[in-house]
Design a protein around this ligand. Structure first.
Ligand code: FUB
Length: 364
């Protein structure tokens, strides 16, 4: 905090200065000016810890579906065991900058018959007046699966389906609704997200560690997965396919290209008829993006949407509200602990050529 001395001239002092009568009186006050924040934006929620915000406009409002971070006894490891979340809250705001409403707990792991622990990054979708919460959790065998829970309104509460989505695996699900009314599920995450334990949609682990099963540096990286959703929104209508992320020459991004390869946190948005697949590069901490011509891709790498935030993880969503685009993201401003995060938002700008202006979340 910087202290400034501010001189307050009273009327009496001015009269005195002008040579008029009255005793001179000058007051000195110490005021404390707030340190300029090093963060681009303030946390949206401070009462509980929140992360991985998936934002949508439902019924004219912005609804946010984040992870609910909690302190727990679990020791930190490279598989993210310390992200030991057990439930979800939903938040809403009438408009950017508006007051945030916490709609309370909308789903608890205890109410998900197939799930045991680690309720990680969720997303939501609306179809025909029903709302669907897609969420990853570890099952009784400690394998990540993706579940669905259903509600009659965007603020829940949500009722979980008795079983996980058939054939689902790994984590960080997101659902994209295309303009023709089709819905697509994107998912996956390496290391703690277990994607490296799968080949051709089969669980074929070569070891329990976060990098066991990661391809060699000069091989194509593991790609996120996607599938069209069934018309009831509860299953995949097809076997998951790779979301191919290519370089500008049309070659797959390599596993050793850690600045550009997919790690976790898939998101899809559509802008001017193009499909923007964005994701976290994990251990290099960027939110990157790639553009394609249809929901299946391939997608060509373009650059960085959001530079590293404070904290190890970087996870976002991108949404349009009344003609402007916004990115929702998180950092660790409230705690400086990587597993106790807080959600934030800021405007996102598409350039005339369709590229996205890179956002710097920390002031230099
Ligand atoms: O919140 C737990 C995990 O951290 C998410 O699933 C990842 O995307 C990372 O943000």
């Amino acid at each position: 905090m910087k202290k400034h001395f501010v001189k307050t001239f009273t009327t009496a002092a001015v009269i005195s200065f002008l040579g008029l009568s009255c005793s001179p009186k000058t007051e000195e006050k110490v005021v404390v000016a707030p340190e300029p924040s090093k963060y681009l934006n303030a946390p949206l929620v401070t009462e509980i810890f929140t992360a991985d915000p998936s934002a949508h406009v439902f019924e004219g409002k912005i609804y946010i579906y984040p992870s609910h971070d909690v302190e727990s006894e679990v020791v930190e490891d490279d598989m993210g065991a310390h992200f030991n979340m057990t439930d979800y809250h939903v938040f809403s705001m009438d408009k950017p900058g508006g007051q945030i409403t916490d709609h309370g707990k909308v789903l608890d792991v205890a109410d998900v018959p197939w799930a045991k622990r680690q309720m990680w990054a969720p997303d939501a979708a609306e179809k025909d007046g029903k709302f669907y919460l897609y969420f990853p959790a570890k099952d009784k065998d400690d394998i990540f699966r993706i579940g669905v829970a259903v509600a009659d309104n965007p603020a829940g509460p949500f009722k979980a389906e008795p079983e996980a989505i058939k054939g689902s695996y790994s984590m960080d699900p997101t659902v994209f609704k295309d303009e023709d009314g089709s819905y697509y599920l994107y998912f996956g995450g390496i290391w703690g997200g277990q994607l490296q334990q799968y080949r051709n949609n089969k669980h074929t682990p070569v070891g329990p560690g976060p990098t066991d099963g990661i391809p060699a540096k000069n091989e194509p990286s593991l790609m996120p997965k996607m599938a069209k959703l069934s018309s009831d929104m509860l299953q995949m209508a097809e076997a998951p396919k790779d979301v191919n992320i290519l370089d500008s020459l049309g070659n797959p991004i390599l596993a050793g290209d850690s600045v550009r390869r997919f790690f976790e946190a898939a998101w899809m948005h559509k802008y001017n008829g193009k499909y923007y697949f964005s994701y976290s590069t994990g251990d290099t901490h960027n939110i990157a993006y790639a553009i394609g011509d249809n929901p299946y891709g391939p997608f060509t790498y373009q650059g960085v949407v959001l530079n590293p935030v404070q904290g190890w993880t970087n996870h976002h969503s991108i949404v349009e509200f009344e003609g402007k685009w916004y990115i929702f993201y998180h950092d660790t401003e409230l705690t400086n602990k990587t597993h106790l995060r807080n959600i934030k938002m800021t405007e996102l700008v598409h350039n005339e050529d369709g590229t996205i202006q890179t956002i710097e979340p920390l002031r230099k």
